[in-house]
Design a protein around this ligand. Structure first.
Ligand code: FES
Ligand code: FES
Length: 163
């Protein structure tokens, strides 16, 4: 006989990477679980699982968020973007600056970096380093990441594409 908790589900209707997703979710699922285990979007990684490392970063309604701290049910009505939705060009300058080694942090770094690149006004509220503070990297140090984000912002500016 199924456990009562297993039969309780919550309907959600949201947009993930531009596609409508309407389905029933278990109340205990985190957004990270929904993405990785039920939708096959494995770009966001689980590091700490408690909101400290940023490996699970996605964008919800345009803003970077830790998907390990968000329940899947809370995605109802939201627009969720994962690293799979990004133009590979978003990674280009980070890669050139040597910011990827093991890659565990990379999807979260790219999501946040791409957000800064597309929202240069955010730099009025903090440096690139401070805006990236929620994305921890145990391999590379942070100078390359900062340089990569700065290069991608400069490249966007030179193309007149800073919006
Ligand atoms: S896995 Fe979500 S912040 Fe570390
Ligand atoms: S490249 Fe390994 S944690 Fe950042």
């Amino acid at each position: 006989m199924p456990d009562a908790h297993e039969t309780n589900t919550i309907p959600i209707d949201c947009t993930i990477n531009g596609e409508r997703v309407a389905m029933d979710v278990n109340p205990s699922w985190r957004l990270l679980d929904l993405l990785r285990d039920h939708l096959g979007l494995t770009g966001a990684k689980e590091g700490c699982g408690e909101g400290e490392c940023g490996a699970c970063t996605v964008r919800i309604d345009g803003l970077p968020a830790n998907s390990c701290l968000v329940l899947a049910a809370q995605a109802h009505g939201c627009n969720v973007e994962t690293v799979e939705s990004l133009d590979p060009e978003s990674l280009g300058h980070l890669h050139e600056c040597g910011t990827t080694q093991c890659g565990a942090c990379t999807p979260g770094v790219v999501i946040t970096a791409d957000w800064i690149r597309n929202n240069p006004d955010s730099l009025e509220h903090g440096s690139i380093r401070s805006l990236m503070a929620g994305n921890l990297c145990r391999c590379t140090g942070y100078d390359g990441i900062i340089d990569g984000v700065r290069a991608s912002i400069d490249a966007g500016a030179s193309k007149g594409n800073r919006s």
